[in-house]
Design a protein around this ligand. Sequence first.
Ligand code: NOJ
Length: 570
Amino acid sequence: MPMSSGRFFTSRLVVSALLMLCFASPLGAQDKSQPWWRHAVFYEIYPRSFADSNNDGLGDLRGITSKLDYLHTLGVDAIWISPCYPSPQFDFGYDVADYENIDPMYGKLADFDVLAREAHKRGIRVIMDFVVNHTSHQHPWFLESKSSRNSPRRDWYIWRDGKGPGQPPNNWESSFGGSAWTLDPTTGQYYYHYFEVQQPDLNWRNPAVEEAMFDVTRFWHKHGVDGFRLDAVDLLYEDPDLKDNPVLPGKNEFGDPKMTNKYNDNLPQVHDELQRLRKVTDANGQVLIGETWTDNIDELKAYYGPHQDEIQLPMDFLFTTVDKRSAPGFRKQIGLAESSGGWPVFVISNHDIVRSYTRYGDGQNNDQIAKLMAGMYLTLRGTPILYYGEELGMENHDPVRKEDVKDPLGQQGWPEQKGRDGERTPMQWTSGANAGFTQGTPWLPVDPAYSTHNVAFESKDTDSILNFYRLLLAMRHRSPALLDGDYIPVDQDDPNILAYLRRSGKETILVALNFSSSSQPFDIGQATHGVSRAKSSVLLTTSSTDVTVKGDKHTILLSPYAVFIARITP
Ligand code: NOJ
């Protein structure tokens, strides 16, 4: 519908029929020369909480398989499954006791094979979470390592004498509170664990460790795994002299001294290691995604590797630190991601971060703001990773009493640190008991808002967050500009509206996002770089206002938190 006609379609949400009309004649296939993961939308599944097939209150692999059609129609191209390996579950699977099997609570290896096969049938790739930095204290490697100072596997972990009686080797702290060193009475030495006591760090300086871990990637290749999300990848190496970290003023949330992890985080050797790992995964066509917490864009940039030979998809967590609902803040961060020289990876929440619905919401317009955030991170140049339930507007549901906390982080840091249970509650499928997640007792309580925020309910509501995600993802998959086009910022100084063009040889898409709580005028003529007679077909909008045309000015009044996406035809 050309805007230059003076009026255009207005609605709170474009109905599917209209969108389908807009996309009835695709502009051409996506650029096939690009690797698959550039065009993919990833979806993180926390398996404990996704779908319970045997009603024991815990999600499982068969549960995931039963929901593949849902994921397919949502528009997901790859699933990343948080750890489902055998584990004593001290950190809910991030303490792996066997890298080459499935924990019985999730099913069997054969269930995984079915899951991978069924996913592939639907064009969905499967990514495993690879916990590279540490194992469980019950992994046979660690049991052997701790058995004696002379064990052949002693050097698979990091063992040191204390500085003196009762004194650990240095001042390094665990991110779960307290010292990062625990004394093992059997051999009288300390072992190092950046995370929990039950998560001893592997010694990647030992070539046998490296080879054993590389073999894990080969094992999963045989089971159809298309790539890995590398857990805590910045922590693989430690300073061999174990120098003390610099101490900062003040205390952290556990009451320990604040410090910078100068000697046990982000060491240069991490990058050499990643280059070696990349060769192994490349040989099997597997992609690497990084859990790459960084302090600045240069650190993030380094993870792509000097020759784009490290991690293909390092997650940009700096994006999650931008001030809530700040158009200038996001504009700046997107600009930085664009400058990194690599392919950006956008996430707005995950199993360690308070859910985006809660973090960005203002308490009154949360659904609208959830669509605004989706309108942004699903239309940027890069690969988005959705967290399960984000497409429904799932909220964080934190425990209120310490005795209800399951996450060790919350147990140790309560009350200042409530832990991560809030972002891990069961997926909301229906308005029925336990949100349709289980007929048993769910391991975490379901968020009370599930009665209106669930798959069944939202599927029937054309104005729901879920249907908005579906429309956005359908649009993204069919738009060469959104898939491969350049990112061109417009209105650089607008304090309220974040606007940009996505332009490929074949197509130009305009995205305008009103980050403010009041209606804001937006001049489309200016945004389209003075293409005065630009014609625009609205593809998707949540704005309820009309466009007005005055001469060459095509101004739209964007309603609070509105998303406006149009195709521009010069
Ligand atoms: C990062 C994971 O995302 C988090 O959930 C876990 O606790 C730590 N790594 C330790 O594996």
